[in-house]
Write a new protein. Sequence first.
Length: 275
Amino acid sequence: MTGKYDPSDGWSLEGKTVQISGAGGGNGRSLSLAFAAAGACVTGCALEQDELDETARLIEKVAAAAGRRAEHYLKVCDITDEEGMRRFAAEVVDRFGAIDVLIANAAVTDIDHHRIVDLPTDVWQRVVHVNLTGTFITLKAVLPHMMAKRRGNVIAITSLLGQKGYGRANDGPYCASKFGIEGLIEVAADEYREYGLNINTLWPTGRVDTGFFAHWSDEERKQLDPPNVLNDGALFLASLAPGTLTGQSIDGDRFREDAAYREALMRKAAHAEGG
């Protein structure tokens, strides 16, 4: 297979409900549009209403281009607010019947890239709290709904900097939080395997043009990868049949560019589905 992953090769996304944190821009907005184009109902959260309004406008544009009516529900919500995230998940289920796919994407970083000895403790705490604790809270809010249905695909967006051997100077809290998410997802995959849930991580190998680099010049940002580098891998992981591929850490760039890598993952999932 070459080119974009076709959800028709797996569990169809038509009419499925996806919840995406950090949907107001960057990876989250790009993923929102990719899922809207695939026929999914897109729900998501972010901190800024104007960013969500723009995502909603673009979702409607994508849906119209495909001859569909846009289905979406975007809400201002903080992923570190446990009660708020619980309410948001319940609202999505009440409106659409289920959360079929969860993409835990929202994250922050230390823009000033301090060395450890110079790193303000409050910066460390904020990055780890948003990225790692926020992912934990997001899982805690959504997993019970998936358990009740005995199906669901969870994708946590991590980073090359969250992989063993790729820790990088001046990115201590970001690396630590993304390493932590990789471990948390391994635990979740093991705990909820019996419910048929597929719980995996997905990450880019390069620097992606997100809000992390908003302080760069336009010329500098041309060197960054576009946010859509994760779309193909996310569509694949979201379209898995229940209980077929879990506890995996997927290189999004390799999935997009390396046919052998992509096809090996697809064979593994197909073998599990066939029993």
